[in-house]
Structure formats: C-alpha cells, structure tokens
Design a protein around this ligand. Sequence first.
Ligand code: ZN
Length: 416
Amino acid sequence: MSGQRLILADHLVDGVDGNVKDKQGVLVSDGRIAAVGNREAVMKDTPPEIEAIDLGDVYLAPGLIDGHTHTSLAGDGRPYAEMFSETDEMMVLTGVMNLKVHLDAGITTVREHGARNMVGFALKEGLQRGYFPGPRMQVSGRPITCTGGHFHMCNEVADGEAEIRRSVRRLVHEGADYIKIMASGGGTAGTIPGRASYSVAELHAAVHEAHHFHRLTAAHCRAKESMVRAVEAGIDLMEHAEFLDPDDELRFDPNLAEKMAESGIWVSPTLQAWTRYYRIVELRERRDLGSLHLSEEEELKALEARMERRLDVMRKMLDYGMRDRIVPGTDSGVSRLAFGHLDYDLQLLVQVGFTPAEAFLSATRVSAEAIGMGDEIGTIEVGKAADLVALEGDPTQDVEACSRVAAVFLGGEQIS
Ligand SMILES: [Zn+2]
C-alpha cells in the first residue's frame, strides 16, 4: 500500500459531523489521508504526475465498521453443532470467503468475535500478509466462556476468577486485540440465553486483566441479569443487550437503562440478528412482486410483530441517552446471517428513531471510538487510514444509499 493517488468525488461525507461537502478531493499517501478538502485546493497541492481517480457523482465516505462478526462461520442456516463439526482448515477458508463479501459491501474494518482454536488469528495473519483481500480485522481469538457455555466449542473454557485471568493472558499472548467473554447463554444448545453465565467478580477479573494489557472487553449479554453484571464489572462494550428474562421474554428495565447510560458502556444491539431481518427483507421483496403464498404472508406478519417487540425495547433504551453509544453489528456467520449486510442494521437503527446521518455516524466515527481505533479510522481526516467507500446516494439523507456501493478503498488501494 504505497505511493500517492488523488481521489475526486462530487460529494464527500467526512464522518466528523453529518454534513455533505461538494466537489471534494482526497490525497492519499502511503495508505493514509494526506489532504482532504475542496477539489481545486487539493489538486493545487498535488504533484501533476500523481494518478487521479475521478469517481464522479458519488458520496465518498469513511469505510463502514462492523463491530460483531463470526468470520469462520458460513451464515448458511446450519445449526452451530453442524458448523463446528468442520475442520479448522475449512473454517479458515470460510473466513476468506466471508471477508471478501464484507469488504465489497463497503465494510473496511471488522471485529472477529470468536472462532475456534487459532482460526481467527490465522485469518488476521493471512490478511496482514496480503494473501487475500478483506477488511482490517480486530480479533478476539476465542471467546472466554464457562463450562458448557455459549461457544464452548471454540475451546476457551474458564470458570472462576483465576482461570479467567489465565485465559485473558493466554489470548493476549497469542495476539488478541480485545477480549470477548460470554456473560450469558446463547444459541449454543444446552445454554440458557436468559441466564447469566458469570458472576460480577468473574467478569471483573476479565476486565481487570484485559485492561492491564491495554485490551478492551466485549461481553455477550442476552440475559438482563448478565447486562446488570456487565455494567457493574466495567465491561467496555455490551453485545446484544436484549433485556431477556429467564422465561425468554424481553422486558425493558428503566433502572438498568439508567445505569447503562451512566456507566458510558457501548452497546451493540445486533438488531438484524435477533429480528431475522434477512427473512423479512426476502419476504417483503416477494410480496412486492405479488408472489407470496398465504403461509408466507402469515410468516411475514409474525416476524414483523416479533421484530416490533425487539425494536420497542431498543426505543425505550434510547430514551435514556444511549444514542451516541450505539455500535451496529451484524453477527454475520451464525444462523442464516450472511456477510455483506451491515446496511440492514443501519435500516433498523432508522426504524428505532435514528436519522440516516446518525445511523451512518454510528457505523463509522462512533464505532471506531468504541473499538479503540478512533485515531486510526472512522472519519476522512488527515493522518487517518484511507479506508473509503463511495456510495450512490447521500447516506446522511437516505439510509438505503448505504446498500449502493460504487467503490471501496482500503488503505488507499481500490478494491472494487
Ligand atoms: Zn455473535
């Protein structure tokens, strides 16, 4: 990723605020943004021999960030047990496939939220060597989980504070960029999503040890009980945040929301995952073509009603001042969540009351801050990595523009 190039676009959203600027230029030098601003001014400061790419009538914006992926899983609808019956080698290949799909969709950074054995680390190493294309990657390595807990098949089981500290040390030694811990049950057979898996003391041991090594923490929290404990333990980022009770019902809790807001915890609500939004999109598209069977119409109605219950919890949470702490994440790889669709989560954020501009900023500047990369990515500013996406349409006015990707640049290199 060397050399200089000039990228020109009719419109630019730098991601610092929600404003659009017209007739802009970005000068890239050795993968980083060397200048950005009015096209004429940037061109004047650019040596004439520099290659210029004029993208024309597009909105050039910072690359998107997906805070929650499982790159080694195919997202093809098979249950966990079947996906994890594959070899590590096959899982690495699955990751290579998935990462390219995400990158082509304008997603230039991902967090890898838990793979088996060394699969996550191998994927990151392969990317860094340039063996295959993909977004920048932060890896957790393996998620820390209790005996029989969610994702225990990844092989980082730890019970009690001492074992948890040892797990964190091991993962950091192996190259983990952050620590993922499963604070409640989940989709793994035999676990209870509505129940916490760890005590406050156990979660705090993970946080304390991770922070000691300058690593951030993310906790899988479906259960309300686990959300309370995560906040108390000082977890940096809460995944899912469903307010789920042991009876599998979602029940919003204002006291908990207040504590979350006070604590400054980041929240990744993984809305498309819970709502099975891919299926809703699929059925709606067919309904618009007039080709829906009666049973499918009923399925759609039930899915939409179920989705509203989840979105309602989210709306209530936002009333407590959490709006600028929300980080979209796809949970791609699990269940039937195929890669390439952070746009779905942005659409759902708009449905819970975000403006399109706020939704866009949550997937760029806000996400970069939440994952500790605010100095490196998330906005188009001098000194940052030249990770850019060109969209056909204004993402600050129309959330669907995020689905219309015209070009992607990673470290200044044009990928697609
Ligand atoms: Zn997940």
